[in-house]
Design a protein around this ligand. Structure first.
Ligand SMILES: Cc1cc2nc3c(=O)[nH]c(=O)nc-3n(C[C@H](O)[C@H](O)[C@H](O)COP(=O)(O)O)c2cc1C
Length: 331
C-alpha cells in the first residue's frame, strides 16, 4: 500500500516501557516521590490529592512521610485502606514513607536511649504490618535529607559511643535494624524501599555504598537515591546500581530527555518527578499522547509547595489557576 502514513515513534520509549519490580509490573518508569502536603491522608481531601497524582499516568506513588508513631492510633488498616484502594483503582503501585519520630519531636541521634531505639524498631514493624494489611505495595523508611536516620549515619552528627555510633558499621546499624525488623514483619516478598542521600557534608559515596550494601542484605529491594540539594544531576544514583535492586533517581527528571538518558545509560531504573507532578499530575499522560503544549509547567518557584510547607500551610502549586487552588487548598 502506498503512500504509507508515517508512524510517529512512541515518545520516550525508555520511560514508557514497563518495569518488573518484585511481583509487580509497573506500566512505565515514572514514580511520584513522597511529598508531604498536610491534608489528612485518611480523609477525602488527602485521598483526593493522591487520587489526582495517581490518575495522571505515573506508574507508582509513594505517599508522603508519615510518623510510625501514628499507627494503631489514627492510622489503621481500616482508615488507610480507602486511600490505597483509590490509588490502586487508577492503576498505580502504592508505597508509603515511614518516619521514626513524631513531627516536631526532637531528632538528635545522641539523645535517643537504647530503649527508645528498640521501641522505634518495633514501631516500624508495627507500622509496616498495618501498611501491608491496608494494601500498600511497599514501605519506605525515610533515611535521607539530614533527618534522624540519616543523622545516625553522619559522622559529624552522631557522637554515640555505643554500637550505634563510631565506626561506619555502627553508624549504619540503626537503619539496617529498622529494615531487618520490617522484613521480619512483612515476610520475604514484600517491597521495602529505602530513601538515602548519597553524599553529605561529612560522608561520601563510598560510605553510602557500604550503607546500601548492608541495607540490601537486610532486606531493602528498591533504593531511592535522593541528593539533599535539589536541582543537582541524578548521576549520583548510578553507583547504587551495583547491588542488583532497582534504583530510583530524582531531581530534574521532569526533563524526559534527561530522564530517558539516565535510564538508557543504566544510571537508574525509575525516575521520580516531584514538583512538576504537583503542578500537572497529567504530565506523563500528556507527553505520551503528544500533548506537551498542554502541560502546566512547574515554575520552580517553590512558593506553593516548599514555601507553604515551611509555613505549615496546605501544599498547592503557584502555577495553578484560582479554581484549582480553591479545589485543593480551601477544603
Ligand atoms: C511539597 C514537598 C514535600 C516533600 N515532602 C517530602 C517527603 O515527605 N519525603 C521526602 O523524602 N521528600 C520530600 N520532598 C522531596 C521530594 O520527594 C523530591 O525529592 C524533591 O521535590 C525533588 O524532586 P523534584 O525536583 O522533581 O521536585 C518533598 C518535596 C516537596 C516539593
Amino acid at each position: 500500500m502506498w503512500p504509507m502514513q508515517p508512524t510517529k515513534p512512541a515518545a520516550y520509549p525508555e520511560i514508557f516501557s514497563s518495569f518488573q519490580m518484585g511481583h509487580l509490573t509497573l506500566k512505565n518508569r515514572i514514580v511520584v516521590p513522597p511529598m508531604l502536603q498536610l491534608r489528612p491522608i485518611t480523609l477525602p481531601q488527602g485521598i483526593g490529592w493522591y487520587r489526582r497524582l495517581a490518575a495522571g499516568g505515573a506508574a507508582w506513588v509513594t505517599v508522603e512521610v508519615t510518623s510510625v508513631w501514628r499507627f494503631g492510633k489514627d492510622l489503621t488498616v481500616a482508615t488507610l485502606k480507602p486511600l490505597v484502594d483509590a490509588m490502586h483503582r487508577e492503576g498505580v503501585g502504592v508505597g508509603i514513607q515511614l518516619f521514626p519520630v513524631e513531627f516536631g519531636a526532637d531528632q538528635d541521634p545522641n539523645t535517643l536511649s537504647p530503649e527508645r531505639i528498640d521501641e522505634t524498631f518495633e514501631a516500624y514493624a508495627y507500622a509496616a504490618g498495618i501498611c501491608q494489611g491496608a494494601g500498600f505495595d511497599a514501605v519506605e523508611p525515610h533515611g535521607a535529607h539530614g533527618y534522624l536516620i540519616n543523622q545516625f549515619f553522619m559522622p559529624d552528627r552522631n557522637r554515640r559511643t555505643d554500637r550505634y555510633g563510631g565506626t561506619l558499621q555502627n553508624r549504619c546499624r540503626f537503619a539496617q535494624r529498622i529494615v531487618q525488623r520490617i522484613r521480619k514483619e512483612v515476610g520475604g516478598a514484600y517491597l521495602i524501599f529505602y530513601r538515602h542521600t548519597p553524599v553529605g557534608q561529612a560522608y561520601g559515596i563510598d560510605d553510602s555504598l557500604e550503607m546500601a550494601k548492608g541495607l540490601v542484605e537486610a532486606g531493602v529491594n528498591v533504593l531511592d537515591i535522593s541528593p539533599a540539594k535539589r536541582d543537582v544531576e541524578a548521576d549520583l544514583a548510578k553507583p547504587f546500581k551495583r547491588f542488583g535492586v532497582p534504583v530510583i533517581a530524582v531531581n530534574g527528571m521532569e526533563d524526559l530527555n534527561a530522564a530517558s538518558r539516565a535510564v538508557r545509560e543504566e544510571r537508574c531504573d525509575l525516575v521520580a518527578i516531584g514538583r512538576s507532578l504537583i503542578a500537572d499530575a497529567q504530565l506523563p499522560r500528556k507527553i505520551q499522547q503528544g500533548r506537551e503544549s498542554e502541560i502546566l509547567s512547574c515554575l520552580k518557584c517553590d512558593a506553593g509547595c516548599f514555601g507553604h510547607l515551611r509555613k505549615r500551610e496546605l501544599v498547592y502549586c503557584a502555577a495553578w489557576q484560582k479554581d484549582e487552588v480553591a479545589a485543593y487548598v480551601a477544603q
